[in-house]
Structures are given as structure tokens and as C-alpha cells.
Design a binder for this molecule. Structure first.
Ligand code: DGY
Length: 469
């Protein structure tokens, strides 16, 4: 049995071990990578999640993490999903693959797509946690213009219809790469239409399978399609007006947009604290528009919020249940009636209430695969969003409050019984506790979320008896 302080120390040690110091164009950056085993660069939504945990144990490092991230912003406002570390070769695709040199206007190498836009939420969280006014002023001098440019970029290019929902153009942008939500869209890309050079490149250079059990990763066919999409975007010279129109994968993703809703609320809150009321009003209005649009994605027949396939002129709801269907809670988009349905689904043992909830795909789904990446395993990050979503309703709904506390306790238990893994086997399937961790180990995000949940559990008394193996 280990106490609160020991757990904090263990989590902090993971974050320290995963810190890399790099110098680009004479400037020094400290970046926390997701894992030394494979993810050796900086990822947008990982990094934002990491900073929110880290601020509880090392405030300076948390602020630096976000500043290192925005150093990779493009001149047009895009914040890419990967900021590459020079001299790290473990990850595929490598930086040169993207052909994005020139977009940042300096020597930092990046990908060309984005991630769920968690950054403003993290920036706001850090400023709320810190009492160091000078640090916050210096941070916001860089962060606020950068956040506004990023949000303006997303709104301009990803919501050309002005409907309140942004379009993501790559499964990697959704953060839930091989989710069954995307199966039908991806299958539209015939494997026979993918150039042989891409297939060869993936076969020769894809590295995750070399370091890892292939049963737990996206399939080869997924990867051919992922890289093919990148090729299409390169051919369009990263012109997002064209990419959004022409990409065979284009979707109004409810997870991405729930984060977008909350990120606009966070940006508006930051701006109004610092006296920029007019700008704050604009982002507040975007947040409201997105909240309403998310509510409207509810489909009565399937009892869920639905992503919308908008590729090449389509407009088709995707009624495939995954844990993303709970994300509109995070955006405050659920009506009382929807909330009751979601609470019921969350507590259903043949759907989402497993030994370690919340599985990324419900266990009664034809697509459920307990081992494979976003097709079954439980992820700390999505649990965190669901917890925060439930807490949004806690004051007016006792059941939501109880389920939030239960999920905090179960998530803490999952991590402390098994270690800091990327994701976890959700089932009580005979595998012993302590052996249910999957993906890559010593995973930064998981360590950071443990810190945040320990913090929350202090407030809510949700903490179980925890021990770390
Ligand atoms: C990966 O490589 O697995 C990521 O999800 C892409 O960013």
C-alpha cells in the first residue's frame, strides 16, 4: 500500500524521466515526451494533459511545457499535433515525411495536422493553479496571441459552414486513431487505390510494431490509409481550404468538438481576467454555438450523440457507440433527458460499466477488441474528460455526482494496480491486476492524470485504497 505522497513522487518521476532538452535555432526547450519507448516527440494533447498534472508538482516545468509546444506554431496559426525533437529516430513517420518545412518560419520541425485542441484548457488551468502573478503575465504575453491565432485558424478553415462544429481530416486529429467510428469512412479509401510506394514505405519503415505487440496497435491497413491521407494533404500543399473540401476523410467529431467548446470557454475566461472583454465575447459566443450544435447531434434511435461524416459533400450521422458519446457532457451540451440516458449507459455492465471502466468501445459492440488501441481498451485521458463532464452536472444531478466519484476511484485503482501504462484491459477476464497495462509503459499522460485525479479525490473523498505495482 502506498500513500498519496509516494504516488505523487512516482508520477513525478515518470514525468522527469520523460523530459528531453533540445536546442533549436539557438533556443533551448524542455519537452516532455509521451514515452521513451516510441513517442519521442511532443504531442499537442498529451502535452496539454501533462502540463495540467505537472503544475501540481512542478509549476515552472508545467508552464515551460506549454511554451515549448507553442514554439512549433505555424505562421498561419495552426498548432501541429507533433513538434519533433531533432535527433530522435524512433517514431514513424519522421519529420521530413510531412514536407512542412517553411510553415513555422523557423527551424522547429512539425507534422501538418492538429490534435484535439486542449491547449487553452490547459493554459487556463495552469493560471488558475498558480499564484505567481509575474510568471502568469510572462506566460500569457506569449500564450494569449498564440491561442487566439490557433482558434481563429481552426474556426476559419475547419468550420467553413459556420455551423459551430469543426471538421477533422485525419483519424490522428481525432486522437482516437482506429476507433470503429471511423471504419466506414476509411473503408472508402480502396487499398488498391493507394500507391505502391506508400505501402512499401509503411512496410519498410513503420516502427511501432517493432517495439510492440501488434495486437495492441492499429492494423497495417489502417496505417496505409493514414499515410495515404498525409500524401493527399502534401499534394494540396497544406492548403486547408482545399483539404477540408477534398479529403476522403472529413468528419465533425464529437470528441474533438467537445474539447473545442470547452477550449473556447477557457480562452474567453482567460481573456476576460486580463481585461480583453471584446475578444472574450467572440470566443464565448463560439463556445455557445458549439454547445448547441453538439446537443443537436443527438440521435434518438441510437440514444447517442453522433459524429457527422462530411467528406466530399456527405452529411451523414455516424451512429457507432464508443466512449466519445459521453464527451458532450464535458461541453455541457446534454439536456436533462440526454443526461439520464448517458448515465444509464455508463452504468450498464454489458456496455460501459466494466472492471476498469470506461472502455473505448462498449463490450457488447461487434467491434469490441479488448486489446487493440481505441477499439476496446480503457484510456485515462477519456476517463478524465468523462469525469470532468459528469462533474459539470454534479450540483443538479446526484447520480452524475456519484458516477463522477466512482469513476475517479476506479481510474485511480486502474493506474495504481497496474502502473503508468498507455491504456488498460477493461475486462475482468482472469488476467491478474498488475498485468492489465497495455501500449507503452512509463507513459507521461497517465502519470499526469494520476496526479490530477489524486488532487480531485482529495476534494471529493473518492479515493480508494490504492497500491502501486
Ligand atoms: C500515433 O502515432 O499513434 C499517433 O496517434 C499519431 O499521432
Amino acid at each position: 500500500m502506498q500513500d498519496y505522497q509516494t504516488l505523487l513522487n512516482e508520477a513525478e518521476a515518470v514525468l522527469r524521466q520523460n523530459t528531453i532538452v533540445v536546442t533549436v535555432d539557438g533556443k533551448r526547450y524542455e519537452r516532455i515526451i509521451p514515452s521513451r519507448d516510441y513517442y519521442v516527440h511532443q504531442w499537442l494533447w498529451d502535452s496539454a494533459g501533462i502540463a495540467m498534472g505537472l503544475v501540481h508538482v512542478n509549476e515552472e516545468a508545467a508552464f515551460n511545457e506549454l511554451l515549448a509546444l507553442v514554439a512549433g506554431q505555424w505562421k498561419n496559426g495552426l498548432i501541429p499535433h507533433i513538434i519533433y525533437n531533432p535527433a530522435e529516430a524512433r517514431y514513424y513517420p519522421p519529420s521530413h515525411h510531412w514536407k512542412t518545412a517553411g510553415f513555422t518560419g523557423h527551424g522547429i520541425k512539425t507534422s501538418g495536422i492538429t490534435d484535439p485542441p486542449l491547449l487553452a484548457i490547459a493554459a487556463h488551468y495552469l493560471c488558475n493553479q498558480s499564484a505567481d502573478e509575474q510568471r502568469k503575465q510572462e506566460f500569457l504575453k506569449i500564450m494569449l496571441p498564440s491561442l487566439m491565432a490557433y482558434h481563429d485558424h481552426l474556426k476559419q478553415y475547419r468550420d467553413p459552414e459556420e455551423c459551430g462544429l469543426l471538421t477533422v481530416v485525419h483519424p490522428w486529429e481525432s486522437g482516437t486513431d482506429d476507433s470503429p467510428r471511423w471504419d466506414a469512412l476509411l473503408k472508402r479509401i480502396e487499398l488498391s487505390s493507394i500507391p505502391a510506394s506508400i505501402i512499401e514505405d509503411v512496410d519498410r519503415n513503420r516502427k511501432d510494431m517493432r517495439f510492440h505487440n501488434s495486437e495492441e496497435r492499429p492494423t497495417e491497413e489502417d496505417y496505409y490509409r493514414y499515410i495515404y491521407l498525409v500524401e493527399i494533404f502534401k499534394d494540396l500543399a497544406w492548403d486547408y481550404r482545399k483539404i477540408v473540401q477534398q479529403s476522403p476523410f472529413a468528419v465533425k467529431d464529437i470528441l474533438f468538438n467537445s474539447v473545442w467548446q470547452r477550449a473556447n470557454e477557457a480562452l474567453a475566461a482567460l481573456l476576460s481576467i486580463y481585461g480583453m472583454q471584446e475578444q472574450a465575447g467572440k470566443y464565448r459566443q463560439w463556445a455557445e454555438q458549439t454547445r448547441q450544435a453538439l446537443t443537436n447531434t443527438w440521435d434518438q434511435a441510437s440514444r447517442q450523440y453522433c459524429d457527422i461524416d462530411v467528406a466530399q459533400g456527405n452529411h451523414r450521422p455516424i451512429a457507432v457507440p464508443t466512449n466519445a458519446l459521453f464527451l458532450p457532457l464535458y461541453a455541457g451540451a446534454a439536456t436533462d433527458q440526454h443526461l439520464d440516458v448517458l448515465l444509464q449507459r455508463l452504468s450498464q455492465p454489458d456496455e460501459f460499466s466494466t472492471a476498469y471502466p470506461v472502455p473505448s468501445t462498449p463490450i457488447n459492440s461487434q467491434y469490441f477488441d479488448k486489446d487493440r488501441y481505441w477499439r476496446g481498451p480503457t484510456w485515462p485521458i477519456t476517463n478524465f474528460f468523462i469525469i470532468e463532464g459528469l462533474r459539470r452536472y454534479a450540483s443538479k444531478n446526484k447520480n452524475a455526482a456519484q458516477q463522477a466519484n466512482l469513476l475517479i476511484a476506479r481510474t485511480l485503482q486502474m493506474i495504481t494496480e497496474n502502473g503508468f501504462w498507455e491504456y488498460f484491459d477493461p475486462l475482468d477476464d482472469g488476467t491478474k491486476a498488475g498485468e492489465k497495462g497495455m501500449g507503452f509503459g512509463s507513459f507521461s499522460w497517465t502519470a499526469a492524470i494520476l496526479i490530477q485525479l489524486l488532487n480531485l479525490s482529495e476534494d471529493t473523498n473518492a479515493s480508494p485504497h490504492i497500491s502501486l505495482h
